[in-house]
Design a protein around this ligand. Structure first.
Ligand code: ADP
Length: 388
């Protein structure tokens, strides 16, 4: 999607892809095959471009440091990437700056020397639970995404079972009884000049984003506070490019759960819903070009993700049905279908919150996304089947 935005501006986007089947290869100006975790591959990419940027955080900070030392322009830089790749580091930096985050502590993964009840991790969890109670959420500091690496646990035996096979730092945090989850997208230039888009309400099921609503149920004052918080986080992280800040809204308090230093699922709505998309502003920001307006083009926007269903239907085969839904902007990523794999999204813009949500879900179900427990679907669609 960044390559498409770049093409409109006459920019060439080269991608470092692990496989020619990676979705970005179909639209990039140039494809280099390799891994961001291999220094030679990163250097080959750096030789071809003016600026290196990212669309995920599976990067090796030592390689980034070595390239920066040699004068390669990498945006965002080390300070931002350190926070983006390591949730424990991110939380510590936010706490230091006085930003509200869920109560948490850290332990090391691995089997405990004395079984579930003994050992330093169990002791630290016991102390934490004495203050905050069960359940708690365990999260790997590095490598998690889309709910992978996040486990709610109800007692010490469950915690030990999760921690046993893990290695490295694990966050232990309170299960926040949030009223809503929000995300705010920020685009920031190297000078510190920045813009924010209106905050969105996001809905996750099993840790995976299913829908993004703008503004959703969020009152204007919460949207405004979220945007201020987003700017603050971008400053602390010294972000360049687009930064997604994920928030919990709980009992009138906004707290930061997560950040991603790249275009993000919660900003896909900006392609049709805002004057400038997150992808275009990401490119503008990392190239130090003037940022575009983030004003919404519509009062209401709904964005629903498309996942592979258990029947393995390819959404491309269902395209005529999805496109028959009035006003549905369908984006399919060209990925091979697998149950639970995110394959695309649908955006619908309009004036009525219920209507845009209903149309976006109607199109997504028509394209084969499975229905989900844990999220109330628009009433009119409660009985529509996913793929029939
Ligand atoms: P990632 O996006 O890296 O998978 P997150 O920290 O964003 O990890 O967790 C994924 C989802 O799990 C969140 O969007 C939220 O729905 C839920 N979650 C994570 N941490 C907590 C928490 N402390 N309390 C309640 N829900 C949580």
């Amino acid at each position: 999607m960044a390559a498409e935005a770049g093409s409109a501006l006459g920019l060439s986007v080269a991608v470092l892809a692990e496989s020619p089947a990676d979705a970005a290869c179909a639209v990039a100006s140039e494809v280099l095959l390799g891994s961001p975790l291999v220094e030679d591959d990163m250097r080959a990419l750096a030789d071809r471009v003016d600026v290196v940027t990212f669309d995920h955080e599976q990067v090796d900070l030592a390689i980034i440091r070595s390239l920066l030392d040699d004068g390669v322009v990498i945006r965002p830089g080390l300070q931002t990437l350190q926070m983006a790749v390591d949730k424990a580091h991110m939380r510590a930096a936010l706490v230091k700056a006085g930003i509200p985050v869920p109560a948490h502590t850290t332990v090391e993964g691995g089997p405990e020397p004395h079984g579930a009840a003994g050992g330093p991790a169990a002791e630290a969890i016991a102390r934490f639970v004495e203050e905050y109670g069960w359940p708690v959420v365990l999260k790997t500091a590095r490598g998690g995404y889309d709910g992978k690496g996040v486990w709610p646990v109800n007692d010490m035996a469950e915690a030990a079972a999760v921690l046993g096979p893990l290695r490295g730092t694990v966050l232990v945090e309170t299960m926040v009884p949030f009223d809503a989850e929000l995300a705010v997208m920020v685009a920031r230039r190297p000078s510190g000049d920045m813009v924010t888009w209106p905050a969105t309400e996001t809905a996750q099921v099993d840790g995976v984003c299913r829908e993004v609503l703008v503004p959703g149920r969020l009152p204007p004052d919460v949207v405004a506070r979220a945007r201020v918080l987003g700017r603050h986080v971008a400053e602390i992280a010294d972000a360049v490019g687009v930064l997604a800040v994920e928030l919990f809204w709980s009992d009138g308090v906004l707290m930061v759960n997560e950040m991603a230093a790249r275009p993000h699922n919660s900003g896909h709505w900006t392609i049709e819903g805002a004057v400038t998309s997150q992808f275009e502003n990401h490119l503008r920001a990392v190239l130090d070009l003037p940022l575009g307006s983030t004003a919404p083009q519509h009062a209401q926007v709904a964005n629903v993700n498309i996942f592979g269903g258990p029947e393995g239907m390819d959404p491309v085969a269902l395209l005529p049905r999805g496109l028959a839904v009035e006003g549905a902007h369908v984006h399919l990523y060209g990925k091979e279908t697998r149950p639970g794999r995110k394959l695309g999204h649908v955006t619908v813009c309009g004036d009525d919150a219920e209507e845009v949500r209903e149309l976006a879900w109607a199109a997504a179900l028509s394209l084969g996304t499975p229905r989900t427990g844990g999220l109330r679907l628009p009433r009119a669609l409660e009985h529509q089947s996913g793929t029939a």
